[in-house]
Unconditional design. Structure first.
Length: 61
């Protein structure tokens, strides 16, 4: 789903800026983790996506 969203945004022509790309960090909830831990893992995946070239999806461990 995240990859489909990334591709949709990449292909869309925005009126003012034309092309936009996004990077996404994705995490699956692990039973027993706190909401804060869940968000931190997704955020870390987002930063990994940006470090690895942007316009991509990274999945948290």
């Amino acid at each position: 789903m995240a990859e489909k969203l990334r591709q949709t945004v990449e292909k869309h022509q925005f009126p003012t800026v034309k092309n936009v790309t996004i990077s996404l960090g994705v995490a699956q909830y692990i039973d027993g983790e706190t909401p804060e831990e869940f968000i931190i893992r997704a955020d870390m995946a987002l930063y990994k996506a940006k470090e690895n070239g942007r316009n991509r999806v990274e999945v948290a461990n």
